[in-house]
Design a protein around this ligand. Sequence first.
Ligand SMILES: NC(=O)c1ccc[n+]([C@@H]2O[C@H](COP(=O)([O-])OP(=O)(O)OC[C@H]3O[C@@H](n4cnc5c(N)ncnc54)[C@H](O)[C@@H]3O)[C@@H](O)[C@H]2O)c1
Ligand SMILES: [Zn+2]
Length: 393
Amino acid sequence: MTPENSSIDIDFQVPCVHRLRFTNDVFGKDQEVLLNLLEASGERRPRMQVWVDEQVAKAQPNLSMRIRGFASQHADCVDLVGNIQTCPGGEAVKNDIHIVERMLKVINAADLDRRSYIVVIGGGAVLDAVGFAAAIAHRGIRLIRVPTTTLAQADSGVGVKNSVNLFAKKNWVGTFHVPWGVINDEEMLLTLPDRDFRNGFSEAVKVSLLKDAEEFSRIEQNAERIRNREMDAVRPVIRRSAQLHIEHITQGGDPFEALEARPLDYGHWSAHKLEPMTNFELRHGEAVAIGVAVDTVYSSLVHGFPKEDAQRVLNCLRNLGLTLDHPVLHETEELFGGLEEFRQHLGGRLTLTMLPEIGRKIDVHEVDRPKMLQAIEQVAEFMSESAKAVLND
Ligand SMILES: NC(=O)c1ccc[n+]([C@@H]2O[C@H](COP(=O)([O-])OP(=O)(O)OC[C@H]3O[C@@H](n4cnc5c(N)ncnc54)[C@H](O)[C@@H]3O)[C@@H](O)[C@H]2O)c1
Ligand SMILES: [Zn+2]
């Protein structure tokens, strides 16, 4: 063989469409939106299996009846197969790989194929776990996500990743799999507990700090209204955050994270470590609030981020009702292990995103640990001063 014909390298692109819809009652007045996403497959009506987060099913006891009502009303264009399935909500669904195996059995028993639809309704954890099962069954069944938390509507639900946790590591096993569609339905948020309602906004703050200074100011100004669940303040923030995430994924040039930097994971090297360190008692959004606070203060100590803006970020996160400290944050020996895990997840050099100013990011390849410790202490101090101020009120 001559050197010219001993290897073949060809660049190619995979055409993908990302479909994001906003509704306000997807199984009621806006049901056409879901219907329109279900494409017929030749002569056959599209088959659809529905998975619901157990907590959502409990909080919305009419939901399965409404889903069945939707399917029977449109029986000529959709075939709802089997029962409506439920699975545990929250991180529990990602912490037991056997649950994924059970999902695969159910998918197999229903004879779903690549042109069938799995509709998953739930928080980010359930979307991740069912999304993983859907991605590996037959190498990929069409997935329609209906995120039911603010975090999943503002961030994870519009992403192209799925995963479960393994070896006590977050998101260790999973795939990149572009969902067929995502429906952000406002009604779904009504039953969300306050704690989870607040969580989503740490990711909205994160993406605004990375990409949109004006949006950060808007969140800052409306923080208390958002915390009080005033939907006129909440709606635009979720929309903008989802849009910034989706634009990054579809136009940022690196949807499957092959490059060194993972800017959307700003503040996540510590967040991803804090979650298992607290035995997942801290929710993802809560851990991200702490991680964003720490990396923002660190940016002010090392990368020229203005100190008064760092103060604004901490105020904003606190006013959204997010707590920026936790006892395990001070177990820094173990916490710093998160840096290596973050690097190892991607391979290559350690690459973290930091901020020289709001709306502008840089990649850095090393961390000044004494300064990072200082950042952690400053964030903790801010939180304890805030608590004192509240007590003195
Ligand atoms: N794939 C990605 O790109 C990506 C990105 C960010 C986060 N994530 C993952 O998302 C997960 C966090 O998701 P989350 O913040 O949505 O929380 P979650 O899925 O853990 O849900 C929080 C709790 O609220 C319950 N719940 C959800 N919606 C409800 C509703 N409408 N009414 C009543 N209860 C409801 C859930 O059952 C759970 O108990 C983490 O596992 C995180 O790693 C994934
Ligand atoms: Zn996140």
